[in-house]
Design a protein around this ligand. Structure first.
Ligand SMILES: Nc1ncnc2c1ncn2[C@@H]1O[C@H](COP(=O)(O)OP(=O)(O)O)[C@@H](O)[C@H]1O
Ligand SMILES: CC(=O)N[C@@H](CCC(=O)OP(=O)(O)O)C(=O)O
Length: 296
């Protein structure tokens, strides 16, 4: 039976939907790459909520691609196996034993958990890694890091094929190399940026566990230019895990991504807040030379 009492919440829901119309129109058909970091994954409820946002994006005509991390899950498995692990400039030093664990955890456990969450919310998702259809081919990033890959060749047609079939691609950041049997561990942010660049995505959202990029005073900067990033990095204010994110942002902008947003994945409906409201969230990085974001 239809409830008779038009209480306030229902009116607010209708108003919110109505206010979202210009944003829905602006983003219709847009490609949005979302990097879902291991620290942003949280509990089962947070995962379900993220999956729901992604399914909603697809439902209203966007083409979302999920690229995930899983650093904390890799740490947990390495600890169980008594394999030590350390990070240099936000990237995991990866030997042969480590890369095998990374591939198992990311392409198995984490990837399938996200695919399942999207399916549970009524979407269609297919999980793949950089190895599938040679999506992402890498070379060694730095000899000091071992099997850490830097993407050198992207073959994103498989993602377009999935969009056309109404399927949401979920990508694990593990890649193939030029040599047979070579496997690379790719930082999730780096992989998301390379995919967004190759697709010339309209938006790259990097979900993490902080409110955004902070300045020397610890305040979140809502807008940053590439010059701001270079300055904050030189001053050591951008450090640790934030380095791959901001490096990724700069590279993605150069490759033709319209804007990169570092978003607090702990906030409810973080992706929807960023895309479909005036409020936005987190730190937006874009080139000043481009026209304002209200113009598509
Ligand atoms: N200037 C900065 N602003 C915000 N966070 C920063 C900054 N410099 C370093 N960080 C660190 O970067 C971390 C985010 O990177 P990371 O932990 O790798 O995230 P994820 O696992 O979500 O990819 C933050 O938790 C914070 O500790
Ligand atoms: C080279 C490198 O550092 N790879 C990452 C891949 C996972 C990742 O990026 O996970 P988050 O997004 O959760 O940090 C790692 O081994 O942890």
């Amino acid at each position: 039976m239809r409830p008779r009492n038009m209480n306030k919440d229902w009116k607010a829901t209708a108003r919110t939907l109505s206010q979202a119309l210009p944003y829905l129109q602006r983003y219709s058909g847009a490609i949005v790459v979302v990097k879902f970091g291991g620290n942003a994954m949280g509990d089962a409820d947070a995962m379900a909520e993220f999956a729901r946002d992604i399914v909603l994006m697809r439902q209203v005509g966007l083409n979302p691609v999920v690229v995930h991390g899983g650093g904390p899950m890799i740490n947990e498995m390495l600890a169980k196996l008594n394999i030590e692990s350390r990070f240099v400039r936000g990237k995991r030093v990866t030997d042969q034993a480590t890369v095998e664990v990374v591939e198992m955890v990311l392409t198995g456990l984490v990837n399938k958990r996200i695919v399942q969450a999207i399916m549970d919310e009524g979407g269609r998702a297919v999980g793949l890694s950089g190895k599938d259809d040679d999506l992402m081919v890498c070379e060694a990033d730095d000899p000091e890091l071992g099997f850490v890959g830097r993407p050198i060749e992207m073959n994103v047609q498989v993602l377009r094929d999935l969009f056309n079939a109404g399927i949401i691609p979920v990508v694990a950041p593990v890649a193939t190399g030029m040599d047979p049997l070579e496997t690379f561990n790719v930082n999730g942010d780096t992989a998301a940026g390379a995919i967004a660049g190759a697709l010339k995505a309209d938006r790259l959202l990097l979900l993490t566990d902080v409110a955004g990029v902070k300045n020397a005073e610890g305040e979140v900067m809502t807008e940053l230019s590439p010059a701001d990033i270079r300055r904050l990095t030189d001053e050591g204010i951008i450090a640790g895990g934030m380095i791959p994110k901001t490096e990724t942002a700069l590279k993605a902008l150069q490759e033709g991504v319209r804007a990169v947003v570092i978003v607090d994945g702990r906030v409810s409906n973080a992706c929807l807040l960023e895309l479909f409201t005036e409020h936005g969230s987190g730190s937006m990085i874009r080139d000043e030379a481009l026209p304002p974001l209200t113009q598509k």
